[in-house]
Write a protein that binds this ligand. Structure first.
Ligand code: PHE
Length: 445
């Protein structure tokens, strides 16, 4: 251990950092689409239930483990269960953070490059599918943007928790919120926007199937950055007098609000132009630029959109990097700057195959996935649920729900965890995650 542990300068510092981690690509390109195709408002209701029953209990569990132990995920499990193999759950989290960071940075690099493509201007005659495929199937350019994005993360993380993370999220998160509202207002005021709102929210219970529930649970997990120690790490910079249930509620609320607003930014615009909505990279880098190209001052709004997407990715990526850096500095005693540069350099290299997967390595596939989707699938479908499941079992049965609940309720806060916490963390959360894990694997294999 080197020196005293840093702590957030204020409650807001923690809330913005944790919300920054939670609000990411998942909110902008996944949530709206999953909602639109799973019955709109019908899905939203199920999603909100999943957030309350599964996301919130897991959020406070992770934040609470961090606050209690004041350690990185590996050290946290060691502190609560000394001389047992439970620290491996923390180690899995560190590894997951590392894997997600390596390809998240590649996608964030595409977003950075699109800021400049938007500045150069989007016009209706452009073929946006070719533009995108042309970009990602190059080698030098995407690798350079990946490097630039990773360097930004390194710069922020090396500066420390308060002077790095907190300082930047305090600047960036308000900008993100304002940009999102501006883009949503632009979209909602386009002629024909109503159809998009209808697609997004019209409740259609006939679309609700077993998969809808699994999608809702899976999304609630990924979007809140759960299952890999990010919230344990950020929680470890809380002081003992900071509350867990209250702070956790703000983070969950902010993430949910941003996800819902993102839907209002995307669908009205897509439908106003009579285009088909899609998900993921296609929606963000092909459909939306085509939409922006058609509307007045569209390149300007495209610029704002890619700035906001890049900010969302950056504040998530730094939380991934912080998990690994906290582990190395706490457990191995390496100075923070050295650790950060090392982690940045290794993740940069580990991410490179996901770039090459669209050119020289395009023949390499796994279960039909290209390399980037393979990294993504292994992390999201396997590593996050396994990490979350083991964390829930640990809190519920090893540390015990009763002790955890008592710890999280001190000092007293406006939200008091009742005995329902034990029911959730011991039964509901593990069962839900097992279902997601099993059906997620069956679905693909
Ligand atoms: N929550 C982020 C998103 O929605 C992704 C993420 C997962 C970030 C896990 C950090 C840790 O995009």
């Amino acid at each position: 251990m080197n020196g005293a542990r840093e702590h957030w300068g204020s409650r807001l510092g923690f809330i913005l950092a944790a919300a920054g981690s939670a609000v990411g690509l998942g909110n902008i390109w996944r949530f709206p689409y999953v909602t639109g195709t799973n019955g709109g408002a019908a899905f939203l209701i199920i999603y909100l239930v999943a957030i309350v029953l599964i996301g919130y209990p897991m959020m406070i569990t992770e934040v609470g483990i961090g606050r209690r132990t004041q350690r990185n995920p590996v050290g946290a499990f060691k502190a609560l269960a000394p001389n047992t193999p439970w620290w491996l759950v923390g180690a899995l989290g560190v590894l997951t953070g590392f894997v997600i960071l390596s390809y998240y940075s590649v996608v964030a690099g595409w977003s950075l490059s699109y800021i400049f493509k938007a500045i150069a201007g989007f016009t209706p005659e452009m073929a946006f599918d070719e533009l995108f495929v042309g970009h990602i199937s190059q080698i030098g350019e995407p690798i350079l943007w990946h490097l630039i994005f990773m360097a930004l993360c390194v710069g922020i993380i090396a500066a420390g928790v308060v002077r790095g993370i907190q300082r930047w999220v305090k600047l960036l998160m308000p900008i993100l919120a304002v940009l999102l509202v501006v883009v949503a207002l632009r979209a909602l005021t386009l002629p024909g926007a109503g159809e998009g709102v209808a697609f997004y929210l019209q409740p259609d219970f006939s679309e609700v199937t077993g998969t809808t529930f699994l999608d809702a649970i899976g999304q609630s997990f990924f979007t809140l950055s759960l299952g890999m120690g990010a919230m344990i790490t950020y929680g470890s910079y809380l002081k003992k007098e900071d509350t867990v249930p209250g702070n956790g509620a703000y983070v969950v609320g902010a993430d949910t609000a941003i996800a819902i607003i993102a839907g209002f930014a995307i669908f009205p615009a897509v439908f106003a132009l009579g285009l088909e909505p899609g998900a993921g990279a296609g929606l963000t880098f092909i459909t939306l630029p085509a939409v922006f190209a058609e509307i007045p001052a569209g390149s300007f709004f495209a610029f704002l959109f890619f700035v906001l997407l890049s900010i969302a990715a950056l504040t998530s990526a730094i939380s991934l990097m912080e998990v690994v850096v906290a582990w190395i500095t706490d457990e191995k005693g390496m100075p923070r700057k050295t650790a950060t540069i090392l982690v940045g350099a290794i993740s940069f290299v580990v991410g490179i195959p996901t770039v090459l997967g669209y050119s020289v390595l395009s023949d390499v596939t796994f279960l039909g996935f290209d390399l980037l989707d393979t990294y993504d699938w292994i992390a999201n479908a396997i590593m996050l649920p396994v990490g979350g499941l083991l964390t829930a079992i640990f809190a519920g049965y090893v540390w015990t729900a009763k002790k955890a609940q008592e710890d999280f309720n001190t000092p007293p806060s406006r939200i008091v965890l009742g005995n329902w916490y034990g029911v959730m963390i011991k039964f509901i959360v593990p069962i839900a995650i097992i279902l997601v894990l099993v059906f997620g694997i069956i679905d693909v294999v």
